[in-house]
Design a protein around this ligand. Structure first.
Ligand SMILES: N[C@@H](CCC(=O)N[C@@H](CS)C(=O)NCC(=O)O)C(=O)O
Length: 214
């Protein structure tokens, strides 16, 4: 049985992607709280010994350190035969949306939410730019899940796990009220939360939290 250790911090939606995937696959992991707010991931020593990319999360599998949630999710899906592709067309579709999520939805939501909730107020023009990009990406997701239960279609896949992560934190952090602004996304998040074994981000990612400004 593979032994997992997840280097994370509680506010990290990218960490939640892996914690949720492992949990939904019936796997446990040792949580390794990391002082992201204190700048540990920026230190030379951490980059040399844990992740040269300077990013959280890092998933250790029997001591081997893996990074980048997309290939890790693909690997776990293959290993447990859950939430993966069943056909070549689905494989392509999953890769296509994972790239989109990493670059667009997660990329901008993570940056916007972090600056809004966990840093002192910054340049309003920067926030406005990030939010306007995000509105576009949320609109794309809203349309995608309006006429199908999950991003790929009838069943949940790693796409849902990846894309829901930053939208699953308490509403006050990013400041979006999806029930009012994006009802299809709100309903989709409800379907994900109904998956057997689902847990919320702060249930799966315990420990000392960062100061919140909103
Ligand atoms: N594409 C990466 C994104 C990881 C990422 O950006 N993690 C954030 C924390 S949630 C981080 O470490 N950011 C540091 C930085 O951008 O300098 C993944 O999927 O693992």
């Amino acid at each position: 049985m593979t032994r997992y250790r997840l280097h994370y911090f509680p506010e990290s939606g990218n960490s939640y992607k892996l914690a949720l995937m492992l949990t939904l696959c019936g796997q446990s992991f040792e949580p390794v709280w990391t002082d992201f707010g204190g700048g540990v991931t920026r230190t030379e020593a951490w980059r040399r010994t844990v992740n040269p990319m300077g990013e959280i999360p890092v998933l250790e599998e029997d001591g081997e350190k893996l990074t980048q949630t997309a290939p890790i999710l693909l690997r776990l899906a293959g290993r447990y035969g859950r939430f993966g592709a069943e056909t070549e067309a689905e494989r392509f579709e999953i890769l296509r949306w994972l790239f989109w999520d990493n670059q667009k939805l997660t990329g901008f939501m993570a940056t916007y939410r972090f600056r809004r909730a966990f840093l002192p107020p910054g340049d309003p023009a920067v926030m406005e730019f990030l939010k306007s990009r995000l509105e576009d990406f949320l609109g794309i997701l809203e349309r995608q899940v309006a006429d199908r239960p999950f991003v790929l279609g009838e069943r949940a896949t790693i796409l849902d796990i990846s894309m829901c992560a930053y939208l699953s934190f308490p509403r006050e952090e990013a400041g979006f009220d999806f029930a009012a602004s994006h009802p299809a996304i709100q309903a989709w998040l409800g379907r994900i939360a109904a998956l057997p074994g689902w847990k919320s981000p702060y249930e799966l990612l315990p420990g000392q939290r960062m100061r919140r400004y909103v």
